[in-house]
Design a protein around this ligand. Sequence first.
Ligand SMILES: [Zn+2]
Length: 145
Amino acid sequence: MKCNEISKKEYDKIHRWLRRVYGHAKICEICKGLKGNKRYEYALKREGMYCYDRSSYLTLCRICHLEYDGIKTNILHKLRTIETMEKIHKAKCQPIAQYDRNMNFIKQWRSQTEAAKAIGISKTTLHESLSGQIPTAGGFKWSRI
Ligand SMILES: [Zn+2]
């Protein structure tokens, strides 16, 4: 069961299940109640998945829960940013090969940008040729290396 992303309804259902089977959360596993907030809740562990498995949850006070989720969101956001940057970098630096219409190899280029500039064609046209939407760009055939 893939339960990483769930609806609010399913989320409530799981929380009801946790309370029904394991009772109300009574301690904070992070501050042990020292932060003075007496409202305890089940919190999904950072590495956990939303599912019917008690070991995926911590019991935390409201303050720790918010802090915990805040950090989790920040980490996810950071990871996503790094991922996106890597994708952009990869696309920019991916070498491509230039061929004539008979597929005779002409030249290797370090990137699409470099090739487009040198040949005098737009990056969009080059990209379309690389992805097979159009047969040639600037009178040449192109392929990713
Ligand atoms: Zn706490």
